[in-house]
Design a protein around this ligand. Structure first.
Ligand code: KG4
Ligand code: ZN
Length: 323
């Protein structure tokens, strides 16, 4: 089994995954509540909390998989991108665990993990496919021909889609993270009540969400009292984000001539996005929520497609905020 460790942002995660992609444990210790009062992730608090809980999260994963370290033949860890202090906790733990048993270690690109999350489990997607990854930290479209690689077809030029949800929710006086709040409220609102911009920058497949956030700010200032039309604002704002994501996905399906699509990242939980993606005319894989948001199963899963570093070659491996 591969032991995966992920600490790139605000979730401390450990998982056990077999070479054929079966998940035996996928433990996620969310720090959400610690950061809630600040309206976003505080890097220093995140690193300290990872340090507090990483060992028990790994123990918990082993226990749930009914396994011991004896059953682990490779350690995989997120090397980046992410918060450097947070990443360092995972990388140091992985190196220590692997070195103590002379196991090989795989440094994994966090985004490769998101891209290949749908390749886990009973009904894995098979290349070639398109992946739309939309989370609080990243939003991009990728093409996967070989599971060990991906090529980015387009990405956000400014805010990530999840960030647009979170910042929008803040303007509407809702809680953090904002995506689930807007998703819930939007169900009671009219998505055509307000006209928000749908930006499609350039001739390629890039995204841009910062203008949308500014448009919401002006609308909130103009309408004055948010509570009266909050559901309509949420529904219209969500419609604009989903329209932008679906438009690019549609263009990518057409341009690349692919009929398999994987969604990933926290925003893949969005009901409207899921419903619209299902009507694209391609077969769509949406992994369960615990594989959409940050998790270590996707990290162990991605490690299956790369070459691990043998002991002691990884002893000087470093985390990288950017890859
Ligand atoms: O993947 P994730 O847990 O963390 C990052 O790697 O960023 O994604 C979290 C993001 C947050 O921005 C959150 O607002 C968004 O995913 N999100 C949603 C929904 N659930 C979570 N956005 C829209 N609709 C949802 N139901
Ligand atoms: Zn992520």
């Amino acid at each position: 089994m591969i032991l995966g460790i992920e600490t790139s942002c605000d979730d401390t995660c450990a998982a056990l995954v077999t070479r054929d992609g079966q998940i035996h444990a996928n433990v996620i210790a969310s720090q959400g509540l610690l950061h809630e009062r600040y309206g976003g992730v505080v890097p220093e608090i995140a690193s300290r909390q990872h340090l507090e809980v990483v060992d028990s999260v790994i123990d918990d994963a082993l226990e749930r998989a009914d396994a011991t370290l004896e059953d682990v033949d490779e350690v995989a860890v997120t090397r980046g991108p992410g918060l450097i202090g947070a990443l360092l906790v995972g990388v140091s733990s992985a190196k220590a665990l692997a070195a103590a048993r002379r196991l090989p270690l795989s440094p994994v690109d966090h985004l490769h993990g998101h891209v290949t999350a749908s390749m886990l489990g009973e009904d894995p997607i098979e290349p070639p496919f398109l992946a739309l990854v939309a989370s609080g930290g990243h939003t991009f479209l990728a093409r996967v021909d070989d599971p060990g690689e991906y090529s980015v077809l387009g990405q956000t030029l400014d805010d990530a889609a999840g960030e647009a949800f979170d910042k929008g929710a803040r303007l509407l006086g809702l809680g953090y993270p904002g995506g689930p709040e807007i998703d819930r409220l939007a169900r009671a609102g009219d998505p055509a009540a307000f006209d928000f911009p749908r930006s499609q920058p350039g001739d390629g497949l890039d995204f841009s969400f910062s203008g949308l956030k500014t448009a919401l700010l002006y609308t909130v200032q103009r309408t004055g009292s948010v509570p009266d039309c909050c559901a309509d604002l949420a529904a219209s704002y969500q419609r604009a984000i989903v329209d932008a994501l679906i438009a690019r996905l549609e263009q990518a399906v057409e341009r690349e001539g692919l009929d398999r699509v994987a969604l990933g990242g926290g925003v893949a939980a969005n009901r409207e996005l899921r419903e619209r993606a299902a009507r694209l005319g391609a077969r769509v894989w949406v992994p369960p929520m615990e594989l959409c948001t940050d998790n270590a199963a996707m990290i162990a899963g991605a490690a299956r497609f790369g070459e691990p570093i043998a002991y002691p070659g990884y002893l000087d491996l470093d985390a990288a905020a950017r890859l």
